[in-house]
Design a protein around this ligand. Sequence first.
Ligand code: HEM
Length: 358
Amino acid sequence: MAFASVLRSTPRLASRAAPQIARTSARRGYASGPAQAKSNNGLLFGALGAAVVGGGLYFYARPDPNDQRTIKDAASPKEVDYQAVYNAIADSLEDEKYDDGSYGPVLVRLAWHASGTYDKNTGNGGSNGATMRFAPEANHGANAGLEKARAHLEPIKKKFPEITYSDLWTLAGVCAVQELGGPYIPWRAGRKDGNVENCTPDGRLPDADKGADHIRNIFYRMGFNDEEIVALSGAHALGRCHTDRSGFDGPWQYAPTTFSNEYFRLLFDEKWQERKWKGPPQFENKTDKSLMMLRTDMALVTDKAFKPTAQKYAKDENAFFSDFSKAFSKLIHLGVPTAQLSEPVPLKKIEDQAPATA
Ligand code: HEM
């Protein structure tokens, strides 16, 4: 299995290079201006390569200070060794007893659902706050099953108590994408944890049994365009649907713990038919009926505007990786006032931390 080979090629913690300390900005406030340039900016960017961290972060979050749900009180960001947190998460991903052998997919879903509540018109919701810790939001139907992801990260939070939950959840999503073979994702620290009154109302995340109009309504509200919607949907290369969570059933591709463009290739190369079963409406592949697509996935093929981008990603994995990196990075910073965010934090893949051999 491809996943096994990814893991096998992963050096263990012992061989990891000394992690870098990233300093978060101690600035407070909720202004929406761009972060001030720092002298070490070039250094940080250089560490990952401009191609990796360039783009995708220059957007403006405008929380309404009069809105009850705006995050007001949280601890100041502190100095955290984010690479050490990353490494601890990376080391925790593999578990033969869980699903397809990795917690990665459900951690990506946690980062996405924590962020995808953002409303660009009011500025509330988004990854700032980690409000899914509280009962109203934790119990939203769309979040079923994510308690497993949150519980999985608890030991990491205990080990690194100074990181906020909202930084931890988004960092875990980045770690999962990168460690399962995906592209580097630019990430900044500085999210603050909110309170129960910061919870967003139910209904902000997409319904899987709807079509292109619904998808656009949901993602345009977050500030995404059609190309970004298609790129983000490619995350369904990872993981599976669970009958005891969403009610849907099955994985989208044969190697669900490997991040790739397989989701797009299969969308076009397989023939998809409605599955006849007692569960909610979903599609199955004709070849062996072991794979699934949601109605929202099929909209990427049937909608005239989505289709060319999906076709491009099916043929060109580099294009998908590059666009996904920018769109996912944008997603996980939604709703975080720019003044609160640190400079981009280089988070190296484990395989890139192996010490150079003589
Ligand atoms: C139209 C948009 C979307 C819909 C309707 C949708 C729906 C779903 C559903 C129904 C599941 C199955 C949950 C379960 O039963 O465990 C799922 C899983 C998943 N979704 Fe999405 N999703 C959408 C967009 C996204 C985006 C934008 C991302 C990330 C960028 C994402 C990442 C994932 C991942 C990684 C899983 C697998 C989780 C696991 O294996 O536990 N999805 N999604």
